[in-house]
Design a protein around this ligand. Structure first.
Ligand code: SF4
Length: 267
């Protein structure tokens, strides 16, 4: 016998789990809120969503949402999400991962999910550090932050998951900051509506662990992240990224890789 859950707006977050364990000013809540809004806008049945999350502060999202959820070991959200999708193709399966989860420990799983074009939606909360374990550098930590230099800079050596995903043929790929709430929610909605592998990355502020490398004040680190990004359209019109991280839609269904992105990569 199936049991119908109460999925009224107030019940989309597990009230008994509140308050969250997240620090004041953390961007994880904004990403979770964008996801809730995206599910509603996409008109999905909350009873047919399975969330899978790995280890880390952002990995708690799966536990806070009132969906069927699986909390797995570090870096293994994608293979478990694929297993859930194969067992229950009627479900929308969403993997929440941090940058360490998706691009470091789970990086190989990402490559093969892209190769197979698994029908899984990946939401990567990229706070540019291993937050839960004390702020160690991750594959996305900017070189400028490693030296404690307060200068937003992408720099070489920073793993670019959205560009990789778009080049490898993901159905839908986008990156925004956690402060770009409307764009982030709309991109998650578009990913939820698309078939095949989709990846939406949110550049999220971690004022506590990443902040100690740059600036701790939440409002200031949000500004730091915004200053470290540039829209794909603007970068294309200037012919350069100015060493900043691109935000926007990297690939869309039916059109594939954003041609403006290709020009910037070659540049
Ligand atoms: Fe958020 Fe960073 Fe605190 Fe983790 S350590 S909850 S990522 S602010």
């Amino acid at each position: 016998m199936s049991v119908k859950r109460d999925t009224s707006p107030a019940q989309r977050i597990r009230q008994d789990r509140l308050p969250t364990m997240w620090c004041a000013g953390c961007g994880n809540g904004a990403v979770m809120s964008a996801f809730v809004g995206a599910v509603d806008r996409a008109g999905l049945d909350w009873n047919r969503i399975c969330t899978v999350s790995g280890i880390g502060c952002s990995g708690r999202i799966g536990g806070y949402l009132r969906t069927d959820s699986i909390h797995v070991v570090h870096g293994r959200a994608l293979p478990v999400a694929l297993g859930a999708k194969l067992a229950r193709p009627d479900l929308t399966v969403v993997a929440f991962m941090g940058d360490g989860d998706a691009y470091s420990i789970g990086g190989n799983h990402l490559l093969h999910a892209l190769r197979r074009n698994d029908d899984v939606k990946a939401i990567v909360i990229n706070n540019m550090t291993f937050g839960m374990t004390g702020g160690q550098p991750s594959p996305t930590t900017p070189l400028s932050a490693l030296g404690g230099v307060e200068r937003p800079s992408h720099g070489r050596g920073m793993f670019d998951g959205p560009t990789l995903s778009a080049i490898m043929g993901a159905s839908y790929v986008a990156r925004w900051t956690a402060a770009d709430f409307t764009q982030l929610r709309n991109s998650i909605e578009r990913a939820l509506r698309s078939s095949g592998f989709c990846l939406v990355e949110a550049l999220s502020q971690c004022p506590v662990q990443f902040g100690k490398r740059v600036v701790r004040e939440p409002a200031e680190i949000v500004k730091w992240i915004k200053d470290a990004t540039i829209g794909i359209d603007e970068a294309a019109s200037r012919g350069t990224t100015h060493g900043r991280m691109l935000v926007g839609e990297f690939a869309v269904p039916g059109e594939g890789l954003n041609p403006k992105l290709l020009g910037l990569i070659k540049g």
